[in-house]
Design a protein around this ligand. Structure first.
Ligand code: NAP
Length: 336
């Protein structure tokens, strides 16, 4: 059977997911689209030649009998209501990050999903599907470098718009490290601190950039993540794991090594969509396959909640300058 999907929110990532559902992935097709701006939804229908109904209301789309699963790719503050609605209708839902803009909102989703009795939610954290991170995790799990002791990470963007604020370094940018490092180490965080190096002159006056986030995990692994969103030179994701007996490093994306004009070098990507394009494909195919097989396996509501709790502590730490504690309740057996 072909899974019939309705998409709520046809902005940048919504259209990108519609493109991959329509042109790249198998086993699903888009039968309904919605955006707060109906012209935007209509544009998606035209651009990808969809045979899909345009809904002016996301809730009506979720109610539609031919919509078997839902993709929530609207503005972050609307995610919670559309995910809760999908659960209420018993429809599987793929929700782009954030699952909800507060940890309390994520918890409401967890409670609704557990009350329903079956996993229905996959959160759009794509880095656990990235081949490089998977290879790095395999090395850690093999024990080759011994037990991990420290992680040195960086998340650099060439530039950001005027609307990007200091807390977005956590809620929009670091959130991916908060998810993938927790997944890679198999541990939760216990504390966070944020320190501010000398400010880049490329940053907007209202933005503290760069920032360094210091995290500690339950077993005492120390993690530093440099967030530098006006680094100018490219989109660059780094992760080095220092173990008891060796070091393992996230591979850079493959590029041609070029010797030319008395220089030796290789290209650096500038677009985040290109850097993780393959993992977006794999995560969404996993959602389709999970729904069709009756068992979702990707990042869960609990993962969305854990990232939100850690992000809240980091935002607090940005303001207080202190080490802030991160406390998670026990993980329910519902989310193994
Ligand atoms: P975007 O381009 O602004 O798209 C969001 C769309 O949702 C806009 O067209 C917006 O319309 C629409 N919208 C707002 N409120 C709505 C509502 N109540 N009902 C239906 N549609 C509504 O943003 P984006 O970059 O695609 O990001 C969307 C979400 O995906 C965000 O939560 C973002 O964090 C996440 N995201 C994740 C990744 C990742 O790496 N996993 C990458 C990019 C984005 P208006 O513009 O008219 O408000």
């Amino acid at each position: 059977m072909t899974l019939q999907i309705g998409v709520v929110g046809c902005g940048a990532i919504g259209q990108d997911h519609i493109r991959r559902l329509t042109c790249t992935l198998s086993g699903a097709r888009v039968v309904a689209v919605n955006d707060i701006d109906p012209q935007q939804a209509q544009h998606a229908v035209t651009a990808y030649g969809l045979n899909a109904e345009v809904y002016v209301d996301g809730h009506a789309l979720i109610d539609a009998p031919d919509v078997q699963a839902v993709l929530v790719t609207s503005w972050g503050p609307t995610h919670e209501e559309f995910v809760l609605k999908s659960i209420a209708r018993g429809k599987p839902v793929f929700c782009e990050k954030p699952l909800a803009v507060t940890a309390e909102g994520c918890m409401r989703i967890i409670e609704a999903e557990q009350a329903h009795g079956r996993r229905l939610v996959q959160v759009g954290f794509m880095r656990p599907y990235d081949a490089g991170y998977r290879a790095l995790k395999a090395v850690i799990d093999s024990g080759t470098i011994g037990v991990p002791l420290m992680l040195h990470c960086a998340h650099r963007n060439p530039s950001v718009g005027e609307r990007y604020t200091t807390d977005m370094a956590i809620t929009d940018t670091l959130i991916h490290e908060l998810d993938v490092l927790r997944w890679m180490l198999g541990e939760d965080y216990v504390s966070a601190q944020v320190v501010y190096p000398k400010r880049s002159r490329s940053a907007s006056p209202h933005l503290a950039d760069p920032q360094i986030v210091l995290l500690e995990t339950t077993s005492g692994v120390r993690i530093d993540v440099e967030i530098f969103v006006n680094c100018q030179y490219g989109y660059d994701i780094q992760c080095e794991v220092v173990g008891e007996s060796g070091i393992a490093k996230l591979p850079d994306p493959p590029t041609v090594s070029l010797k030319h004009a008395a220089r030796n070098g290789s290209a650096i990507m500038t677009d985040w969509k290109e850097r993780f394009i393959a993992s977006y494909d794999v995560e969404l195919q996993a959602f389709i396959d999970g729904v069709r097989n009756g068992a979702l396996t990707g990042p869960s509501s609990w993962d969305g909640y854990a990232a939100a709790v850690a992000a809240d502590a980091c935002v607090l730490a940005q303001k207080s300058g202190k080490v802030e504690q991160i406390t998670l309740p026990a993980q329910p057996a519902f989310y193994p």
